[in-house]
Ligand binder design. Structure first.
Ligand code: ADP
Ligand code: ADP
Length: 208
């Protein structure tokens, strides 16, 4: 199963991808996670993209496309993959079409009000990337990762000003991909406003 998760920041793509990865036995490729790992490890790529991520803008297509091309060439992608957060522009979608075919593009439907609530309460384990929400999915011990016990962090781009900017960028650059993929007959919609288990059930249903 080769699929793309499309939807605004905060729609729950990463949360559902963590479930779908296990269920379908395919890797979860989040371009945001790949960039954040490079930043954490102080790589050359990380240094180039750090301030872009913090502001909520998009990393240039050329850099992003090369990173994904390399990742998709790894052997674990041979049986399929979940691309989360890529493509985000028409240019990226055209480049992806040259790299691989797709079986489905899942459109996570949710209101702007709800994603703002989700993003502002999001917390993350810095080493594993595990995602929590202070109200909707709190850790067992406040502020600590359930498994490693590490301090959870708030992403710099989950602050109010960056959230507003990211939602504008989504509307301008990424939302047009829904029509792009609909014209190819690939779009499968899920109601992303429900609870994670319910969204995952819907996903399995639409994927058949
Ligand atoms: P979210 O989970 O909130 O949608 P991501 O973790 O996917 O956010 O992305 C975080 C940031 O990483 C983006 O705001 C952007 O700066 C950068 N980024 C991630 N994917 C892409 C992409 N496909 N193209 C350009 N920039 C990207
Ligand atoms: P995305 O990858 O689309 O940016 P995330 O999976 O990181 O979204 O989820 C954003 C925030 O919303 C996180 O704090 C997560 O715990 C929370 N969340 C995810 N899915 C749901 C859901 N179905 N209901 C309530 N909160 C959710």
């Amino acid at each position: 199963m080769r699929m793309v998760f499309l939807g605004p920041p905060g729609a729950g793509k990463g949360t559902i991808a963590a479930l779908a990865r296990e269920y379908y036995g395919i890797p979860h490729i989040s371009t945001g996670d790949l960039f954040r790992n490079n930043i954490k490890n102080g790589t050359e790529l990380g240094l180039r993209v750090k301030s872009i991520l913090a502001s909520g803008g998009l990393v240039p297509d050329s850099i992003t496309i090369e990173m994904v091309r390399n990742r998709l060439a790894e052997p674990d992608c041979a049986r399929g993959f979940i691309l989360d957060g890529f493509p985000r522009t028409i240019g990226q979608a055209d480049a992806l079409a040259e790299m691989t075919g797709l079986d489905a593009v899942v459109d996570f439907r949710i209101s702007k009000e709800e994603v703002v609530k989700r993003l502002s309460g999001r917390r993350m384990c810095p080493s594993t990337g595990r995602i929590y929400h202070i109200l909707f999915n709190p850790p067992k011990v406040e502020g600590k990762d359930d498994e490693t016990g590490e301090d959870l962090v708030q992403r710099p781009d989950d602050r109010e000003d960056a959230i507003v900017h990211r939602l504008e960028v989504y509307e301008e650059q990424t939302e047009p991909l829904i029509a792009y993929y609909a014209s190819k007959g690939l779009i499968k919609e899920v109601d992303a406003s429900l609870k994670p288990d319910q969204v995952f059930d819907l996903l399995k249903k639409v994927l058949g």
